[in-house]
Every structure is written in structure tokens, then in C-alpha cells.
Design a binder for this molecule. Structure first.
Ligand SMILES: NC(=O)c1ccc[n+]([C@@H]2O[C@H](COP(=O)([O-])OP(=O)(O)OC[C@H]3O[C@@H](n4cnc5c(N)ncnc54)[C@H](O)[C@@H]3O)[C@@H](O)[C@H]2O)c1
Length: 272
């Protein structure tokens, strides 16, 4: 692989690294010679993922039981990384997702919106990215380089029915990405970059119930998504890997503050 795209021996931190998308990205990075620092809340899941990754490449995965909303734990993680690793080359903020309680049922109206769950979804999806980015980017500023990738959503651009908290949080991710990109580049140089990926629709644990019926057939919502996706299908989780690779590598050295749609054409299609 060309130097421009090399991820070899780099250290990348991933929140949500045991989740559907995070797990797939962690595996891809390790397969390409990188080391991953996985953050998660469940030690069991972290250990299982570490075992899987280390079986592929010895000592490639390191695990940290960290809730991304816990500032103190994030500061401790930063200190540990500083002590035990040469540097932190990148951070991928994958922790997030919707909560069933924050989703309106098809017959509910805005006046039924569960506000506590909605707030919780904003917290995890917005501050769950803001806090690790602010804390861990201190390492990047000190070492003089680093690439941060945030995860946005189709719900940040146009309204998607029933999921208010998630949509507000992901719209916040877009502007946070642009804001942090310009602050870092203008005050700390051109080697610390922040971008976001806006995935289209991938079936994972958090949306399976919204998209598939018990017999495995698609719900009306899933069929509507497919109809509005020019490629006519859901994404495969491996289809985020290429964009992650590009954004973490030097191939994107002049790219910061950008949001990349990986969506089979969903966001560019008028529906007609
Ligand atoms: N699957 C999709 O179609 C899709 C589409 C657009 C965006 N996304 C986004 O991609 C990201 C990953 O989604 P996924 O499908 O892999 O979901 P997932 O539920 O499989 O993974 C999310 C992970 O985040 C972790 N997490 C949640 N709160 C946390 C906290 N406070 N501290 C630490 N970890 C926490 C969960 O435990 C889980 O492991 C999310 O931000 C999601 O919103 C997913």
C-alpha cells in the first residue's frame, strides 16, 4: 500500500468499538496494520472484541472501560494513552444511537414526545462525541498531528419522522465537526483534522426493530428508505471502511471540516 494510505503501526481510539459499525471498523483497521484503543462500557464485550482482534494480529487491540459521557474517565484515559503509547494518531467517535423510548410510535404526535429520553439521546449522540474529542485532542495538539472522525447521519440534514432527539444531536455533530476543524487548524496547525461521515442506512442492533418485522421482512419504514435510496438497498457495514481509511490517512491531508455521505445516493435524491 502507498505511504499516503498507510495505517501501519498507527494508534486509533474508537468509542463504540464493540458496536455494529465500530466493531467492523476496528477489525478493518487491525487488518490494515493499525492498533486500536477500544472504549466501551461493557468489559465483557470489550474483552471478547480484544480477543477476536488479537487472534488476527497479536497486541493490536487495547481496551478501556470508559463511558464517553464521563469527563473524569476520559481525562484518565488521556493520561494513560500519553504514558503507555507513543501517540494517538486518530479518534473515531462511534458511540451513539437512538433509544427506543425516544422514538415516537407511528400514531403518537409531538405532544407525546418523551422528553427525558430525548434529552438522553442528545447527550449520548452529541456530548458523547464532543467530550472525547475535546479531551483526547489535547494529545493531538501536543504531538502535532491527528485525525478525528465523527459520525453524523441522514437525520442531520432533512427531517426523518419520529426521531427528534437523534436528529437534533446529529445536526449538532455536523456543526461541531466544522467548528472544531476550524478552531484546531487555525490555532494548532494544518495537521490536526476533524471530519464526519454521514452514513445512510445500515441495519444494526439499534434500528433492527424499526426496519425489520419478526419474520425478517422489511417494515414500511424500511421499504420507504429503500425506495429513496437510488442504489435500492441498505448499506453493508463494511462499506464505511474505505471512507474511514481515507480520512484517517495522509491521503486526506488537506481535508478538514467536511461531512461525507456514505448513503447509496439517499441524500442526493429528490425522491422523483
Ligand atoms: N447503523 C446505522 O444505520 C447508522 C446510520 C447512521 C449513523 N449511525 C451511527 O453510527 C454510530 C454507531 O452505530 P451502530 O449502528 O454501530 O450502533 P451500536 O448500537 O451497534 O453501537 C453503538 C455503541 O455505542 C456504545 N455506547 C452508547 N453509549 C455509550 C456511552 N455513554 N459510552 C460508551 N459507549 C457507549 C454502545 O454500547 C454500542 O456499543 C452511532 O453514532 C449511530 O448513531 C448508525
Amino acid at each position: 500500500m502507498s505511504e499516503l494510505l498507510s495505517l501501519k503501526n498507527k494508534h486509533y481510539a474508537l468509542s463504540g468499538g464493540t458496536g455494529t459499525l465500530g466493531g467492523s471498523i476496528a477489525k478493518y483497521l487491525v487488518e490494515n496494520g493499525a492498533n486500536v484503543l477500544l472504549m466501551g462500557r461493557s468489559l465483557d464485550k470489550l474483552q471478547a472484541k480484544q480477543k477476536e482482534l488479537n487472534a488476527f494480529s497479536e497486541n493490536s487491540a487495547f481496551i478501556f472501560k470508559v463511558d464517553v459521557l464521563n469527563e473524569e474517565a476520559l481525562h484518565q484515559l488521556k493520561n494513560t494513552i500519553e504514558k503507555e503509547f507513543e501517540c494517538l494518531d486518530g479518534l473515531v467517535n462511534l458511540a451513539g444511537g437512538n433509544l427506543p423510548g425516544a422514538t415516537l410510535t407511528p400514531n403518537q404526535t409531538i405532544h407525546d414526545i418523551p422528553l427525558d429520553d430525548t434529552r438522553e439521546v442528545v447527550d449520548i449522540n452529541l456530548f458523547g462525541t464532543v467530550l472525547p474529542s475535546i479531551v483526547l485532542s489535547k494529545l493531538m495538539v501536543k504531538q502535532g498531528h491527528g485525525s478525528i472522525i465523527n459520525i453524523s447521519s441522514m437525520a442531520s440534514k432533512q427531517s426523518i419522522s419520529r426521531v427528534l432527539g437523534y436528529s437534533m444531536a446529529k445536526a449538532g455533530i455536523d456543526i461541531f465537526t466544522k467548528w472544531m476543524a476550524q478552531e484546531l487548524a487555525s490555532k494548532h496547525g494544518d495537521k490536526i483534522r476533524v471530519n464526519a461521515i454521514a452514513p445512510g442506512f445500515f441495519i444494526g442492533n439499534q434500528n433492527r426493530k424499526l426496519l425489520t418485522n419478526e419474520d425478517g421482512s422489511f417494515t414500511d419504514r424500511a421499504n420507504s428508505i429503500i425506495k429513496n435510496t437510488p442504489m435500492g438497498r441498505f448499506g453493508d457495514i463494511s462499506e464505511l471502511n474505505g471512507t474511514v481509511h481515507y480520512l484517517l490517512s495522509d491521503a486526506s491531508s488537506f481535508v478538514t471540516g467536511s461531512i461525507f455521505d456514505v448513503d447509496g445516493g439517499f441524500s442526493s435524491f429528490s425522491g422523483v
